[in-house]
Ligand binder design. Structure first.
Ligand code: ATP
Length: 319
């Protein structure tokens, strides 16, 4: 019997629980013993690990967050810390490890693989900031959460004839802003990947106002920053009452969407299969409807390409 361990690391993302569930259930189905590691690499170093059974993952597929909790660990970045991690994995007789997290977590997994521990990475982050995969687990839910917020803010903006800047997450990646902005019918989308002209944003607002538009939504990616200053500037230049909403951490929670549950379930199960086939040092991703596996180095050495076609389309549709 093989022993497979699983941990979640870095920022949490809706759908991580569905991935954990798939690792545990497929692992047990294939005759493995499954160990859950609490609080990512931080917990691994401390041996915060327990065996999981079928009921450990009952009733979690629809829950946001991660039942294993997540953490960032400075100690794991050191050789000493990783030695402790290795020791804990030996004590629990772990034959393979599934790491659910972002590219930082994959770097940690790669270090363990270099030390002889077979690992498979599952991309769990709302940011969708990894080039090698179409989607990361949690992104679809976050976009839907923002879309829902846009609808609500639009209602009140219309009543008062206001403009609204909505700042969304994504760190240096503008994907959440782009796709929620397009799907939410935002007037302007401002992302770190594309420069923006404040005069253009204001002209659009004024044109909209002149043709009787009662609201304007501007989606601003957090990577650009300066939401409050932008609001003041727009108010000053257009005379339109402009409010700012920073959505913040509510984008990281909530019940995962069908897309995220599906992706997480497929990836969790595949990670176990790959380990049982003797594969290691691979990150799972999606390409169209298919799952793909790439070596960790391909994750780190590729700059994410921004979807300019969709950005241009959003601009055309919001004239
Ligand atoms: P998110 O995209 O949500 O931020 P992430 O996985 O990229 O997720 P990080 O904070 O970058 O989040 O990494 C998570 C943890 O992985 C770190 O706290 C650290 O313990 C480990 N880690 C990151 N980079 C390295 C590295 N170069 N070597 C060893 N371990 C690393």
């Amino acid at each position: 019997m093989k022993t497979i361990a699983v941990l979640t690391s870095g920022g949490d993302a809706p759908g991580m629980n569905a991935a954990i569930r798939a690792v545990v259930r497929n692992g047990i189905y294939k005759g493995c013993r499954i160990i859950g590691i609490k609080q990512g690499y931080h917990g691994l170093i401390r041996g915060n690990m327990t065996e999981m059974n079928l009921s450990s993952v009952a009733d979690i597929i629809h829950r946001g967050g991660t039942i294993l909790q997540t953490a960032r660990s400075e100690e794991f970045m050191t050789e000493e810390g990783r030695k402790k991690a290795l020791y804990a994995l030996k004590i629990f007789n772990v034959d393979g490890l599934v790491v659910i997290g972002g590219d930082g977590s994959f770097k940690g997994a790669q270090k363990l693989t270099e030390l002889g521990v077979p690992t498979i990475g599952i991309p769990g982050t709302i940011d969708n900031d990894l080039r090698y995969t179409d989607y990361t687990i949690g992104f679809d839910t976050a976009v839907n959460t923002v879309m829902d917020a846009i609808g609500k803010i639009r209602d009140t903006s219309t009543s008062h004839g206001r403009a609204n800047i909505i700042e969304v997450m994504g760190r240096h990646c503008g994907d959440i802003a782009l796709y929620s902005g397009l799907a939410g019918g935002a007037e302007s989308i401002i992302v770190p990947e594309v420069g923006f002209d404040i005069n253009q944003v204001c002209n659009k607002l004024i044109k909209g106002r002149n043709r009787g538009k009662l609201h304007s939504i501007i989606i601003l990616a957090e990577g650009v920053g300066g939401a409050m200053e932008l609001g003041d500037h727009i108010k000053e230049m257009t005379g339109i009452d402009t409010r700012v909403t920073i959505l913040g951490h509510l984008q990281r929670g909530g019940s995962p969407t069908f897309q995220d549950r599906l992706l997480a379930s497929k990836m969790g199960a595949r990670a176990v299969d790959l380990l049982l086939e003797g594969k290691s040092g691979l990150a799972l991703g999606s390409s169209g409807m298919d799952l793909i596996e790439v070596e960790y180095d391909r994750v780190f050495n590729q700059e994410k390409e921004f979807d300019m076609d969709t950005y241009d389309l959003a601009n055309i549709l919001s004239i």
